[in-house]
Design a protein around this ligand. Structure first.
Ligand SMILES: Cc1cc2nc3c(=O)[nH]c(=O)nc-3n(C[C@H](O)[C@H](O)[C@H](O)COP(=O)(O)OP(=O)(O)OC[C@H]3O[C@@H](n4cnc5c(N)ncnc54)[C@H](O)[C@@H]3O)c2cc1C
Ligand code: SF4
Length: 501
């Protein structure tokens, strides 16, 4: 098993492989593993470090900078600005995510088949691909003993109001509900690519260069023949070693922000001018309820299920318990007021509303860094206000003492009547506080070079030998947690990738 790190690199390194895969998250690990299992010589290039299960711990000050890009605090510019988080470690987003595994709704796959003119993206054709992925990551319902009181409270509330509530299937094997998914699963139960796909690839001879950032593609005679990158010192974060990989094909799987950022360096995507466009992100907002009794939301898996009653309106609701440090950063108070609220951490039910995108933003390059731009529309804003009202109503129905709202000019509702104020105070899109962890769509797949960035094999229309296999491929928003769809699309890319003789 070969996993190299910064300390292993000499001043200039050149590696060779049949296929170089940049990124080891939901897309990269899957495409690389499928290719290694098909007998290809695969080399992964990963910017983050290799952190095994035994190294995971719940201390945020240590875990966030180690496992997330910019410690999880980057911003999408727009109205309102939206903070986002990307995993940066071997396993990428799958190491830090909640492990929820929802297949896309049938209408979404039907729309993708229609938009691309290819029935093989339709629900029937994709079924065996999803079956394969789900079997490999053990997608299944939680054992009841691992579900916490906050999930049960939300489920009881939904049933009382006559709303549809569906238990989550998660990528897990014997999850004990320790609720530490965000900082890496310390038991190895969560089937991130670190413990599911990548060990399969490494056992088939794949190699992984960790702590290497791909800065450029290596292009010769109009064909992609490798990757030019730098080794990153994990202590100083300085790029101080040159690392090159020569390969017959390169798969870029850096996520929907970093992938277009890398490709735009070469002014690619010219046929359609769509590279970096169609940026989608499923924005979320938080609704925090304080109950008169303790709930201990930190016991039990985050998100035992979702309220799916309003799915057709593009609104999903779920609980999402976060550690005290993250909760404290999100509450709209300072000093004694913040302290008093945080003393009630055990009585908090942390819940959220996700709204499906109704339009797209963009990712571009600005001063050597990615610049993501996205604003919610008045229609999205109205759905957020509706979703917040629904959730807050549920909490009051279940006996909440007060609800902390996600508005910079209206923080607390003390009873259900206070919710009428939402209408009056929330006229501007700038006063709602959003965040996201589902970035998608910036290199969309298609069968017409005039409106897509890559073809149906994932290969760039204007750079033979260069493929994309991550969330960037989505033609539209998927409307649910995206990881299994990314994995399914990456499986397709592996099946279709062709090497030159
Ligand atoms: C906190 C959190 C919770 C989430 N919860 C869920 C959930 O429950 N269910 C779900 O379906 N989805 C969830 N998601 C989303 C899901 O994890 C992502 O959509 C998915 O991981 C994206 O896959 P990807 O392959 O596109 O990119 P990633 O998984 O982000 O992988 C990209 C990889 O590329 C590496 N990389 C980037 N740039 C470079 C470069 N230049 N050179 C070398 N390497 C590079 C990164 O370090 C990273 O490892 C969550 C995400 C987060 C952050
Ligand atoms: S809840 Fe705990 S045991 Fe279960 S997957 Fe998350 S971190 Fe692992």
């Amino acid at each position: 098993m070969t996993i190299l790190a910064h300390r292993d690199y000499r001043q200039v390194e050149t590696h060779e492989a049949e296929v170089a895969v940049i990124g080891t998250g939901a897309g990269g690990a899957v495409v690389g593993t499928e290719l290694a299992e098909a007998g290809r010589d695969v080399l992964f290039v990963e910017e983050g470090g290799y952190h095994p299960t035994s190294s995971f711990n719940p201390y945020l000050t240590e875990s966030l900078p180690r496992l997330f890009r910019d410690a999880g605090g980057t911003i999408i510019m727009g109205r309102p600005p939206i903070p986002y988080a990307e995993g940066r470690c071997v396993g990428g987003g799958t190491v830090v995510n909640g492990g929820m595994t929802w297949r896309p709704p049938e209408q979404v796959l039907m729309q993708w088949a229609r938009l691309t003119g290819q029935p093989d993206l339709g629900p029937k054709a994709m079924e065996p691909v999803f079956d394969r992925v789900e079997q490999r990551i053990h997608a299944k319902p939680q054992h009841p003993s691992s579900i916490g009181e906050d999930s049960r409270l939300l489920e009881r509330g939904a049933r009382r109001l006559g709303w549809r509530y569906e238990p989550n299937r998660r990528a897990q094997d014997r999850c004990v509900g320790s609720n530490q998914c965000l900082t890496g699963c310390p038991t190895g139960a969560k089937q991130s690519t670190l413990v599911s796909y990548l060990p399969r690839a490494l056992s088939r001879g794949a190699r992984c260069l960790t702590e290497v950032r791909a800065n450029r593609l290596w292009i010769e005679n109009g064909r992609c023949v490798g990757v030019l990158g730098s080794g990153i010192n994990p202590r100083t974060r300085e790029e101080d070693v040159e690392v090159r990989v020569r390969a017959k094909a390169v798969v870029v799987a850096c996520g929907a922000i970093q992938t277009p950022f890398l490709l735009l360096r070469h002014r690619l995507g010219r046929p359609s001018r769509q590279l970096g466009k169609n940026f989608l992100c499923h924005p979320n907002t938080k609704v925090l309820a304080i109950y008169p009794h303790d709930i201990y939301a930190w016991q039990g898996v985050s998100q035992g299920g979702q309220i799916r009653e309003f799915r057709d309106e593009g609104i999903l609701m779920a609980e999402n318990a976060v550690p005290p440090g993250t909760a404290a950063a999100q509450i709209p108070f300072l000093g004694d007021e913040a302290l008093e609220l945080m003393k009630r951490y055990n009585a908090m039910a942390m819940t959220g509303v996700l709204v499906e995108d109704s339009h797209a933003g963009s990712v571009s390059r600005c001063l050597g860094a990615p610049l993501a731009k996205y604003s919610i529309t008045p229609y999205d804003h109205e759905r957020f206000l509706r979703g917040v009202r629904y959730l807050a109503t549920l909490h009051f129905e279940m006996g909440a003492e007060k609800v902390i709202l996600p508005f910079s000019n209206f923080h607390v509702a003390n009873d259900v009547d206070d919710l009428a104020e939402i209408e009056r105070t929330q006229r501007s899109r700038s006063t709602i506080e959003l965040f996201t962890v589902h970035m998608m769509g910036t290199c969309r797949m298609g069968s017409d070079p005039r409106d897509s960035v890559v073809n149906m094999s994932g290969e760039l229309w204007d750079l033979p030998g260069c493929y994309v296999a991550d969330a960037s491929l989505f033609p539209t928003a998927v409307g649910v947690n995206p990881q299994v769809t990314i994995m399914a699309m990456a499986t397709l890319v592996a099946q279709r990738l062709r090497l030159p003789n």
